[in-house]
Design a protein around this ligand. Structure first.
Ligand code: XMP
Length: 305
């Protein structure tokens, strides 16, 4: 890639030239891509940019607080608490693509509400090269590509990182002094924990997925995975104390990958796996068992839905 500093200078000039005095808006997802695009555009036009973070309730543990801290320097930041509305939109939805669709629709609605209030002329997006390729091939519907500007009539869409790969985005993020936690974090899917829950998304399953994913991220950090997380599969019998219980089955997944298109399940030491198991079942009384996923991509995908 080109030098990240030179890339930033070039994009800052381009964004300034394109926007002039106009206002712009960007949806911050909490991921590296939109965070980097927001920081880049903010560097260019300051408070002419309104970054909008929608708290869907589908994010990782502590993510909303991290967003508030990381972007505290942006006076124009908006944080929307939409947790209940997302749970309502997902109630009874079990089909993976319908789930993505419901989340995408709700996200658009939340975002449009703010966009209309702000009256922004331009939309900034953190689209990167693999997003565009996967969307063209319709491997799956990416809610963060091409779906946003439907009701709001933007004058233009700015995608400063549309030709970059993920590792290049990280370099740019580092150069922009984004908190290490954002720059170094594992990639996280747009639909969030919802694609790590097989079947209907409920508040209880979300809590299990969120806490268990937190444990997995901490414990498997030393293996330097591309992505490591926990998914909630369903229920099975277990024994807690003197009682037989019908508790959640949690799958742990840890993969190596370059760009997410293919991936290899990582070989993890038994002691580490046992520590993960004992923390997940110990910290949540409703989890009955923990499995480790040994499947590569292909034939499996990285996420569960
Ligand atoms: P899969 O599960 O398809 O995931 O092997 C490949 C990579 O893409 C991420 N992913 C998504 N990212 N919207 C996103 O922005 C999505 O709907 C989505 N689904 C999966 C996944 O985390 C992995 O890095």
């Amino acid at each position: 890639m080109v030098d990240p500093g030179a890339f930033i200078d070039e994009k800052v000039d381009e964004i300034r030239a394109e926007l002039g005095d106009a206002d712009a808006i960007i949806a911050l997802s909490g991921g590296v891509d939109s965070s980097t695009a927001a920081a880049l555009a903010y560097e260019a036009v300051g408070d002419q940019l309104t970054p909008v973070y929608v708290d869907t309730g589908l994010m990782r543990k502590g993510e909303t607080d991290e967003i508030r801290e990381t972007f505290a320097y942006m006076d124009s930041l908006r944080v929307v608490d939409a947790r209940e509305r997302f749970l309502d939109a997902l109630a009874g939805v079990t089909d993976p693509e319908e789930k993505r669709h419901a989340i995408g629709e709700q996200f658009i609605r939340e975002f449009e509400t703010v966009a209309e209030e702000v009256g922004a002329d331009y939309l900034v997006q953190g689209t990167i090269y693999p997003d565009r390729i996967e969307s063209e091939g319709t491997i799956k519907s990416h809610h963060n590509v091409g779906g946003l500007p439907e009701v709001v009539d933007f004058e233009g869409i700015v995608e400063p990182m549309r030709d970059l790969y993920k590792d290049e985005v990280r370099e740019v993020a580092r150069e922009l002094d984004l908190e290490a936690i954002i720059a170094e974090r594992m990639p996280f899917p747009g639909p969030g924990l919802a694609v790590r829950i097989v079947g209907e998304v409920t508040e209880e399953k979300l809590d299990v997925a969120r806490e268990a994913t937190h444990v997995v991220e901490e414990e498997l950090d030393e293996y330097d995975p591309w992505q490591a997380f926990a998914a909630v599969l369903g229920k099975a019998t277990g024994v807690k104390g003197d009682n037989r219980v019908h508790g959640w089955v949690v799958a742990v997944r840890s993969v190596e990958s370059r760009d997410g298109m293919t991936a290899r399940a990582q070989e993890i030491g038994w002691e580490t796996l046992q520590r993960v198991q004992s923390r997940i079942t110990g910290e949540n009384e409703n989890v009955a068992r923990v499995l480790y996923d040994v499947t590569h991509k292909p034939p499996a995908t990285i996420e569960y839905e």
